[in-house]
Design a protein around this ligand. Structure first.
Ligand SMILES: [Zn+2]
Ligand SMILES: [Zn+2]
Length: 268
């Protein structure tokens, strides 16, 4: 399995669209790994995770062909992950496709928003619920409940190709106990985890700072869900976390956690 992090930024990206933070200014000046588009990922060039407003730019940047995508699975309906208007470009009149070329998996809010936007379009929507398993081509996807948008079933995603199993956990918050109980029976080969708030403690429950990210990873290792040598990589970084890529590496590296960047590839 190969995981490509197409984007690793939080909702307003880095440099943020209207951001004048130290981290945004640094990214604008230095470029490179400090520039982060909105979080999304791609498994084996076929299974797309989230479809945000930077998808076109990411396809150009990483030289990707969306015609190869077989499934698009959404984590939740926040607009940095779910740019519903972009889905139209896969079908007539923009292409010759009479049907949406990929199945779409998402929670009830996602399915409802797609149906509202495209009431008569031939799109295969599969409604997902946390802690149930769905087949998508060669993959099994098991969403687990994140603590992020309590008004919908916001999800992190366990993805298996039969050989390896990963957890993609963006927009996670600190999991509630029922999620921990489910995870106790899972063995992961790799983890992608958010570290949105960096060095800054936030009042919002739905994201994690460095301390929370480290403590979540430690608990997963203690439980045996993650072996000590299973790769862990971060995503969904906000400029408001007041941490440059280098500063994140210096801190998270002490805990065996790699810092993701746009274009990061993990082969398992
Ligand atoms: Zn987000
Ligand atoms: Zn979100």
């Amino acid at each position: 399995m190969e995981i490509l992090l197409m984007g690793t930024g939080a909702s307003d990206g880095i440099p943020a669209l209207y951001g004048d933070s130290r981290v945004s200014r640094h990214a604008m000046e230095c470029g490179g790994k400090d520039v982060r588009t909105r979080a999304s990922a791609l498994i084996d060039g076929k299974l797309k995770i989230d479809f945000g407003p930077d998808t076109l730019a990411q396809c150009i940047q990483h030289r990707l062909d969306p015609r190869a995508w077989e499934t698009v699975v959404f984590t939740h309906s926040h607009e940095d992950h779910f740019a519903v208007s972009e889905l139209q470009y896969s079908m007539i009149p923009f292409t010759t496709n009479e049907f949406c070329p990929y199945a779409i998996l998402g929670n009830a809010a996602i399915v409802a928003k797609i149906s509202d936007r495209y009431p008569d379009w031939p799109i295969e929507n599969v409604e997902t619920r946390s802690f149930q398993t769905y087949r998508a081509g060669a993959y099994e996807i098991t969403p687990i409940s994140s603590y992020h948008m309590i008004e919908e079933d916001s999800q992190n995603l366990i993805i298996s190709d039969g050989l390896v199993k990963i957890l993609y956990a963006t927009d996670t918050g600190v999991w509630r106990e029922h999620t921990w109980e489910f995870l106790a029976g899972v063995k992961l080969d790799a983890l992608v985890i958010e570290c949105t708030d960096g060095f800054v403690k936030s009042d919002y429950f739905g994201h994690m700072d460095i301390a929370q990210c480290v403590s979540t990873v430690s608990r997963l290792r203690d439980l045996g869900v993650l072996s000590s040598d299973a790769p862990v990589v971060t995503t969904h970084h906000s400029h408001l976390g007041n941490a440059t890529h280098y500063e994140l590496e210096a801190e998270l590296g002490k805990h065996g956690i790699a810092v993701g960047f746009d274009g990061f590839r993990l082969k398992l």
